[in-house]
Design a protein around this ligand. Sequence first.
Ligand SMILES: [Fe+2]
Length: 400
Amino acid sequence: MQRMFFFLSVLTVYTFLTFTVRFLVRKANEKIWKSKGIDRIAFFFPYFAFLAIGLIIGSATFGNRGMILLISFTMAAVTLIFSFAAIFSIPFTFLTLLLSRIAARLSPPVKSQTPNPAERRKVLKWMAASAPVIFLGTASKGFADSFGSVKIHQVPMYFSDLPSDLENFKILHLSDLHLGYYFNLDDLERLIARLRRYSFDLVLITGDLADDTKQLKDALNLIDQLPSSHGAFFSLGNHEHFRDLGFILKTVEKSPVRLLRDESTAIQHKSAAFTLIGIDDPVFMHRNISGFLRTSVKKAMNRKNEDAFKILMSHRPRALDVSAEFGIDLILAGHTHGGQVGINRRSLFESVNIEKYLWGKYAKGKSQLYTSSGVGHWFPFRLGCPAETPVLILKSKAIT
Ligand SMILES: [Fe+2]
C-alpha cells in the first residue's frame, strides 16, 4: 500500500512537471511554436512520461524486470532529462527576450541602414529560441555519452614514504559497475577483454557491483580472469545493502574474489608488506557517516601491521575525513559517479559539496584518496564525466 502511494505520488509530480514544462517553454518560445512538428512532439511529451511511469509500475507489479522495465525506465529518464533541460533553458529565453526589448527601446531611431528593426527583432527572437535548442542538444549529448565506452587510464599517486618494492605497483580500481540494465555481463566481458592487455598487481572493487544479483556470480568469475599478481578484493556499497545482502555475501564467499567487510589483510609484495583494509557502507546514516566510517576502519585495522603501508577500500569517499588519524596512506572510493556531470576532470557539483570528494584525487594530512566516477550507473546521463577504470600507479616522491 505504501509502495503504491509512493508510485502514485511520483506519477502525479512527474506528470505535473512535464505539463508545466510544456506550458512554460511554449510561452517562452511562441515563435518556434508555430512549427507544426515541434507542436506535435510537445503535445505528446507529457503523455510519453505518463506511459513510461505506467510501464514501470506495471512491469514492477507483475514481476517483469527484463526488457520492458529497461525500456520504460529509459523512457522515464529521457523525459526527466529533457524536462530539466527545458526548465533550465526558460530563464535564458526570457532573459534574451527582455534584453532584446530593452535594446529596442534604447536604440536610436533608424534611418535607412540595415538591418531594419523588424529584421533585428526577428534575429533576437530566434536567438531566444536557441536557448532550449542548446539545452536540449546538451541533454541529448549527456544521454548519448552515458552509453559511451569505459575509459581506461593511468593515475600516478605519489607517496613520500612508499616502500621501495611498491614502486610502480599497479592497482586496477573497479567501482560502481551497477551490473543490470545499463552495464551488463556482455559489457563487462568486453571491458575485461580490453583490460587483459595490461597486467596489474592488485584489483580492487569498491562497491555497488551488481544491481541484478543474478549477474554477480559470472561477473566475479570474469573479474578473476584479470591478470593480477595478488588477485581481486571487494568491499560493499550501499546497493549491496539495497539488494539481497545474504545472497550477495554467499555468492562472493564462493567466488575467487575476496570480500573485506570491516576487515584487513596483510599482503606481501617482494620484500614489502602492506595492509589492505575494506570497510562496510553506512547505507542511510546521512548524519553520522564519519562516525560510522571511523568505527569501521577501527574495527578493520590489523594492529600487527601498524607501520605498514595501508590501502583502504571504502565505497564512500568521505573516509578521507577519518583516515589520517589511522595512518591510512591511500583510499579508493566510488559511490558518487562523479556527479555524472564534469568539467576539466572535476565534478561540476564539487562546489555544492553535498557529498564531498566527488571525482579524482584528494589529500588530507598524509592520506590520499582517489574517487572513481564509476564503471556503470543507474541513471543514463553523463556529461564531461565518462565512466572509468583508473589504474593507480604508486610512486615515491622525494621529500623536499
Ligand atoms: Fe553507491
